[in-house]
Design a protein around this ligand. Structure first.
Ligand code: PAF
Length: 293
């Protein structure tokens, strides 16, 4: 694996790979890698011949009161994990390399960015879309891989690719979980033992929502209430939302049907956690939209 810290260097490596007829897969990360990121690399490894992974903690997607400066970082460990996963190129630019002067450009998808996470983090997705488009323009991948856990990010990136007719595919890889069911996240490192126990409520809440759907309930509000109740019984969990929305538009619905994102977010011991299910709900019942490889 070769580490590139400059845009020019990375572009040259991708150009050579492409000239040799290799299909380019790309995984964007903010580092502090875990098994969820490695699952993205493995999917890229299976489907592509040249895998690029970026590690860049993007200041644009953090509000001033958020954890940019204390976001966990361990580049040496990350590079070892990527090499072991068979990644070809690690792109690890500095903030100065990515943003040599303040960016006057922003990519904004207002209809998808101001609900759910966006209601709590109003500038977050503009920062995400801007850096992801910039990374796509640097790497020019054939396929980009994103994790299901960030369900709203998936909808936003997909819609940006569709609207701008970017010449790449977006593949979504199912959430990888810890042994106790908590969705893998770099921020899990902030959880102490009691918070870790409470973090399990998120998946329990999703399971409660799914169980109601499987029992035939189709009113969104009823499913959301059942999910919220599971979160509210634990005083260490401050719920931000428990929502059932259209998986593509993220719009709320009265009745559950088609592709839906069943999503929860909560603050547990001061750490913000997310989890979701991506489901197809129709006359045949309820099934997962994504299946493990
Ligand atoms: O999901 C993340 O880690 C980030 O939002 C991403 C896609 C790497 C953009 O900074």
């Amino acid at each position: 694996m070769v580490q590139h810290t400059t845009i020019v260097g990375l572009r040259e490596a991708v150009r050579s790979a492409r000239a040799a007829g290799r299909k380019v897969g790309f995984v964007a990360t903010m580092g502090y890698l875990h098994a969820g990121h490695i699952a993205l690399c493995e999917a890229a490894r299976r489907e592509c011949d040249f895998v690029v992974v970026s590690i860049f903690v993007n200041p644009l997607q953090f509000a001033p009161n958020e954890d940019f400066s204390r976001y966990p970082r361990d580049l040496e460990r990350d590079l070892g994990m990527l090499a072991a996963a068979g990644v070809d190129a690690a792109f690890t630019p500095s903030v100065e390399e990515m943003y040599p002067e303040p960016m006057a450009t922003r990519v904004s998808l207002p209809t998808l960015s101001h609900t759910l996470e966006g209601a709590v983090r109003p500038t977050h997705f503009e920062g995400v879309a801007t850096v992801v488009l910039k990374l796509f323009s640097i790497v020019q991948p054939d396929i980009a891989y994103f994790g299901q856990k960030d369900g709203q990010q998936v909808a936003i990136v997909r819609r940006m690719v569709q609207d701008l007719r970017l010449p790449l595919e977006v593949h979504v890889v199912p959430t990888v979980r810890e042994m106790d069911g908590v969705a893998m996240s770099s921020r899990n490192v902030y959880l102490d033992a009691p918070a870790r126990l409470s973090a399990r409520r998120l998946l329990q809440s999703l399971h409660a929502g799914r169980a109601l759907l499987e029992a035939g309930e189709r009113r969104c509000a009823a499913v959301e209430d059942a999910m919220a109740q599971v979160l509210r019984v634990d005083p260490s969990v401050q719920m931000d939302y428990a929502a059932v929305v259209d998986a593509d538009t993220l719009e709320p619905r009265d009745a559950v049907a088609g592709h839906v994102l069943v999503a929860v977010a909560a603050r547990v011991g001061g750490t913000r956690l997310l989890d979701n299910l991506m489901l197809q709900v129709d006359a045949h019942g309820v099934r997962d939209l994504l299946s493990a490889p």
